[in-house]
Structure formats: C-alpha cells, structure tokens
Design a protein around this ligand. Sequence first.
Ligand code: ACO
Length: 376
Amino acid sequence: MSEIARGLEGINVTATKLCRIDGQKGELVYAGYDIFDLAENSTFEEVCFLLWNNRLPTATEYAELDARLKSMRRMDPIVLNLLREMWPHVRPMRTLEIAVELAGALDPASSDLTLPTLRLTAERITAKMSTWIATYHRLRSGLEPIEPRDDLNHASNFLYMLTGEMPSDLHRRVFDVALILHVEHEMNASTFSAMVTGSTMSDMYSAIASAVGTLKGPLHGGANEAVYHTVEAIKEERNIPTYVEALLARGERVMGIGHRVYKTTDPRAIILERLGHQVAEGSPDRWYFDLSLKLRDYLGRKLAGKPLYPNVDFFSASVYKMLGIPADLYTPIFAMARIGGWTAHLLEQYADNRLVRPNALYQGEENREYVDIAAR
Ligand code: ACO
C-alpha cells in the first residue's frame, strides 16, 4: 500500500460502544446518551459507570460505586512522599504521569488483566488522580494536603481538597458538568496512546501514563491552559485585532479554535459557554470570560468561511479561572476527567485485543555500502 494516512485522519482504528461524534452536526453521544442530556441531569460518577458498563446504574449500583471511589481516594504514603520531594522540580502533568506509574508499581495486582481487576484499577486511578492533583497544588503552595471528605462527591471533593473551602452549590455543579464534558471523546490522540500501550498487553497504569503524556501537548489537552494565556495576553477588547493578526502572521494558531472532527462549534463549548454566563455573575474574574466572548465573536468574523470554531478548551479556560483554579491545573483536570474514557476504552481493548502495529512507508535510500568509521 503506497498511501499514507497522515495523522490517521478519517481512519477507524477500532470499533467502540462508548462514544459517537458527528462533527458536521456537532453531536456528541456517550453510549447512546446525548451530551446535553447528560450535562443537564447526570454526574461524573454516573457517567463513569455508564462508560465502564455501557448502561446507567441503578440507585444501588450508583451508591456502591460512589462508596468504592470514596474508599479509594486516599493516597499511598509512598506517593505522598514522592510528591513532597518532587513538586519543586516537576510541572503538574509530569507529576500525574509519575504518580500513575508509581501507583502501578505499588499495586500488586497491576499486571492482572482480568476484567474484574481491570475495573477496580480503573476506579482506583479515577479516584486517586484528583487527590494527586490537589495534593501537588497544596504542597507547592506551601500548604499541607487536605484529606478527602467522604460526604462529598468527586467534583466537590476535588474543589474542597484544592482550596480547603467548601465550594458553592453553583461551583460544585459547574465543575461536575465540566468533568462530564471532558470524560470521553471517541478516538482522540491520548485515547489512542492508551490503546496502543494496552494493545501490547502492558498494564492499565502504563497505558494511562502514555495517555497523560499525550494529553499534555498544546494541540490536544494543553490547549486550555494556552487559551488562558492568550486571553491574559490580550488583556482588553481593543487589543484583539492586533494580537490575532500578529499571531496569524507568524503562522501560529489561535488556541481553543479548530478541531480535527468538529466542523461546527463543539457542543461542549456551547455548554461551557452557558455555564460561564452563570459563573460570571458576581465573579471577580469575569473579565476573562467576557473577553473570551469578544475574542470568539472576532474570530467568527475573521475566520468566516473556514471550518474553525471554538472547541472544548476555548471556554473551559475562563470557566476554570472563575472557579478559582490555577491555569497550569487545567490540563491535569482534563486528565482527571478523561480517565473515565481512557479506562473505558482500555476495558474494550483488553476484552478483545489485537496488537496495534501499523506500517510506515519507506522513502529512504537503498543498497548503501557500510564504510568503516575511520574511512568516512
Ligand atoms: N488557528 C488558526 N488556523 C487554524 C487553527 C487555529 N486554531 N486550526 C487550524 N487552522 C488552519 C490551519 O492552519 C490549516 O490552514 P491551511 O489549510 O491554510 O494550512 C487549516 O486550518 C487546517 O488545519 P489542520 O492542521 O490541517 O487541521 P487539523 O485537523 O490537524 O487541526 C487542531 C486540528 C490540531 C485541533 C487545530 O485546529 C489546532 O491546532 N487548534 C488549536 C489547538 C487546540 O485548540 N487544540 C485543542 C483541540 S480539542 C482537544 O484536543 C481537546
């Protein structure tokens, strides 16, 4: 075969029951449930159950999952010691990669790839990731980590562990919805990384570490932090045209805009924009959101005719800012949500595995004669 599928665009690498995207219509569906419906009615825990089991839980199953996740939130002292040692040297996404790998090293069942153990591993990493991120942030802020609270759900507990304060009902709900919006997205770059690693029958922890490393890049999950810096650099509405013109003239991209699949506004950006309007009421940081709206409107005119629209990262930046979350935690929070989808895809992969091993088209030289180093 002489064709190259650069960036694997348009290639189906597997079948999945987890997620369907229609990039032309702007549809996003998790296991048959529309994202607007889930964002309105569900919780992060419930959507994780949906992805891991391909159905919504009964009330009892929900309570059981909730209790298991709560029981798994606490950190192993060895991971805590490592975070204490390394926080001055390591940025948040690298911290997550290392913490996942260490958790794998400490789990005696890490190489048990049977379905019941894999499900527990998925729950364990999901529960602990939020604690790792919050603990890292506390330590670097010169504060002691805060113990998880068993009376709080996943979203509320994270905000509480991060700040030491109980979030308002609005902030709890907005953050829960943000987690739902980020939890799954069919075959994106980080999910593919997890899949490739899992397909060698390497364990779930290593597969997730691969995914975290892939999410970090600014063309993928790193875009939300980049959007924050863009808005901060623009500062005022009157600077938008000059800033954007200069950026495009340098051949750079506007972060949070464009998507490999969506050729219309990402439905997650629509939901985040609505939430942004609610959080902006009374927020001292509402100017980030207001300026994002102006930037979106300007780009809509500037890029008219091109299929470039806001993606999920465009509004998550200002929404997180208004929730009081530091910018360099936006991508770790993306990982903390996407862990549900990554692990769900891995459950599918391990249950019906085939090694991912594509080809590369050789375009190099042939028939070269080896010359001894002394003679070159
Ligand atoms: N700003 C300006 N121009 C853009 C942008 C952008 N954000 N995105 C794409 N384009 C232009 C490209 O320059 C190219 O123009 P050309 O045909 O004149 O050369 C055209 O649109 C097509 O771009 P491609 O790179 O071929 O499209 P691709 O599908 O590879 O890009 C991507 C998708 C990587 C997301 C791109 O839109 C981008 O870089 N966006 C900014 C980063 C970002 O927001 N990433 C987050 C994506 S969502 C997520 O991962 C969670």
